[in-house]
Design a protein around this ligand. Sequence first.
Ligand code: TRP
Length: 374
Amino acid sequence: MVDEKHVVTPWDVSGAVDYKRLINEFGIEEIGPELLKRIEKIAGKNFMLDRKIFFAHRDLKWLLDEYDKGNKFFLYTGRSPSGPIHLGHLMPWIFTKWIQDAFDCELYFQFPDEEKFLFRKDLTYEDAQKYLHENMLDVIALGFNPKKTHFIINTKHADLLYPEACKVAKKLTYSMVKSSFGLDESSNVGQIFYTSMQAVPAFLPSVIKGKKMPCLIPYAVDQDPHFRLTRDILPKIGHHKPASIQCSFLPPLTGMDGKMSSSKEYTAIYSTDTPKEVERKIKKYAFSGGRDTLEEHRRHGGNPDVDISFQYLKYMFEPDDKKLREIYNSYKSGSKTSGELKQIVIEKINSFLKEHQKKRELAKKKVDDFIYKK
Ligand code: TRP
């Protein structure tokens, strides 16, 4: 979807993202209270669902009906290596791990290591390979079950993917791709083919195991065009339409518009940032909903709804609803200052990253266990 103030495509997210509008334009469904209860009954509570960070879906009811009948689903998500991992990437993967544990399912994690090479002028193939390795470490560090998690690397598993991608590609016309992604005559032919590669893991396990299995794809909502096309095509080649669940974007440091960007240091906190860097970035860049002077802040209070430190607590770092509400109220009333709020989030992020970085080091020995083997 593109207009002047609001852009959400797989290549660009900018402006104030209007999620209600996306629900209509993309034809996804809001996750209502009934569905929430149904998930909770099986899997327990999840704050990202309760807080509507994961806010929409396709065919979740069908997926749960199948699950109730004993027909287990597998998970599929992915990451196209193009730069360092930041908190905005980790957020949906943390949720994916929660689903994997709660529903005890297999996860196919795709690394399309050709995607950003094809789509970005400035990214070389060799740099994408370097990031591929780095990015895999971050995924492993989140604690996915190695017995049930399979990395599919597009250029390394080409023998598995390519025959299936061709079956998708045969049903996908240039005009479908063109209108979904805004490609044109000057787009390279790799870009035109690419969606066929991203579609494959949504049914690859069914091919491997020789039986049709339901699939659930968690993703940030900008990936939706790929999966709208995927859902169109799959029934035509004998597979289920994948179910999906969409999340909103962790806002960048600079404020509520757009999303974190790997290439813009002032928008993002990277998984490898040191405690000092985190402190510097939050203090210097994290947009504050506080008032100009302490006196005004005490009198009128701050605005947590636009305050980036508060948003990070809400999205990732304060799972306890009661504690989050207390912070919300004390900031809004002016009893908590911006400086105090920033201090809370700095400590939370740093204690998360300390653990993450430890596990990321250990992951260096585990990469091989995660790469899919026939
Ligand atoms: N296109 C995604 C990216 O730019 C990578 C990706 C591949 C993906 N398959 C996916 C993301 C499935 C979410 C779900 O990073």
